[in-house]
Ligand binder design. Structure first.
Ligand SMILES: [Zn+2]
Ligand SMILES: [Zn+2]
Length: 88
């Protein structure tokens, strides 16, 4: 099923540090693109003050959330990989 493919993709992204949970802990410098921890205030490379928003917030803007459990979904998702409910 498409659902299991989706959740496998999520797990793989997570193991690469690019999943939604990993991204919640990361920010990206708007000037040099350095990826830093979410609590970092200044970029260690170019010393630019970093935005409050994490990488996850940017990611979230390009996706939509499950209306049942609030997890972020790919825009083409029909079923939530977290709670398994239909989202369209
Ligand atoms: Zn920087
Ligand atoms: Zn859900």
């Amino acid at each position: 099923m498409i659902d299991s493919v989706k959740s496998e993709k999520y797990i793989r992204l997570e193991s690469l540090g690019m999943g939604p949970y990993a991204m919640r802990k990361l920010k990206v410098c708007s000037k040099c693109g350095q990826i830093v921890g979410a609590r970092t205030l200044f970029c260690p490379v170019c010393k630019t003050r970093l935005p409050i928003k994490t990488l996850f917030d940017f990611y979230k803007r390009m996706h939509f959330e499950c209306p049942h459990c609030g997890i972020t979904l790919a825009t083409d998702a029909q079923y939530c990989p977290h709670c398994g409910r239909k989202v369209i």
